[in-house]
Design a protein around this ligand. Structure first.
Ligand code: IPE
Ligand code: IPE
Ligand code: MG
Length: 230
């Protein structure tokens, strides 16, 4: 393991899956699983901020998730409002929050106004923090992101052949987000489900049977260990 590699901050990206199964196992409604998942995310943020993690990116809600039952969607929305409202904790951990998803001004955007407000407020209230960057993917899908990047890249060139890898990268939703070092998916699934398809090029993958509400510090360390393994 070389020293430089050991010291450079890691980008970990988590597909937080299995909230429903966590609840089902306990005979609870799915919504309770999402509540437990949001609470665990707060703990994961704290643990990652105390490790060599520079960027934590989490899949909160996908462009495909809107077809879930309205009551479940409503509950998940309220949990995102709660998550983006955790300003005191974020500031205490020197964490800067970001959001990734379909831009609010695009016709395809589905983020309701009250979530937009919570997102913008949280970004503003944590902008001064210099530690870990927490990026929450909400109304996010890689295909929508890449389609837009391709359209914008094409628009800025005379011919399609001039479109380059760098050009596409510069038109992603958050061009400043570094490549992902390790992508995690919980609850025994090994699908990527339209998450960060461009950004996970070259990333390690960590799949665990644990459901998201049970994803703990030991699991985080297992995933981080993969980054330096051959
Ligand atoms: C992940 O848990 C949360 C979201 C996708 C919003 P699930 O709700 O997908 O949980 P399972 O897969 O049904 O167990
Ligand atoms: C992926 O989980 C999306 C999020 C974690 C937000 P899903 O549970 O929605 O994914 P699929 O449909 O099982 O692949
Ligand atoms: Mg699922």
């Amino acid at each position: 393991m070389d020293m430089a590699n050991q010291l450079s901050p890691i980008h970990i990206a988590c597909i937080m899956d299995g909230n429903g199964r966590w609840a089902k196992r306990r005979g609870l409604p799915r919504t309770e699983g999402h509540t437990a998942g949001e609470e665990n995310l707060a703990e994961v943020v704290r643990v990652c901020a105390s490790r060599n993690v520079g960027w934590l990116t989490v899949f909160g809600f996908s462009t495909e998730n809107w077809v879930r039952p309205p009551a479940e969607v409503k509950h998940i929305l309220s949990l995102h409002k709660k998550l983006f409202g955790r300003i005191e904790e974020l500031n205490a951990n020197n964490v800067r929050i970001q959001w990734i998803g379909r831009p609010f001004d695009e016709p395809s955007s589905k983020t309701p106004g009250f979530i937009q407000k919570a997102i913008l407020q949280a970004i503003d209230d944590t902008a001064h923090n210099t530690g870990m960057v927490l990026t929450v993917a909400f109304d996010y899908g890689s295909r929508a992101e890449l389609l837009r990047a391709a359209q914008l890249s094409r628009a800025s060139h005379l011919t399609a052949l001039d479109v380059s890898v760098d050009e596409i990268s510069s038109h992603l939703y958050l061009p400043s987000l570094p490549p992902v070092d390790v992508v995690v998916r919980t609850s025994g699934e090994s699908r990527i489900s339209n998450f960060m398809l461009w950004q996970i090029q070259g990333a390690k993958a960590y799949f665990t049977e644990r459901t998201w509400p049970d994803f703990d510090a030991h699991e985080i360390d297992n995933a981080l260990k993969l980054v330096h393994a051959h």
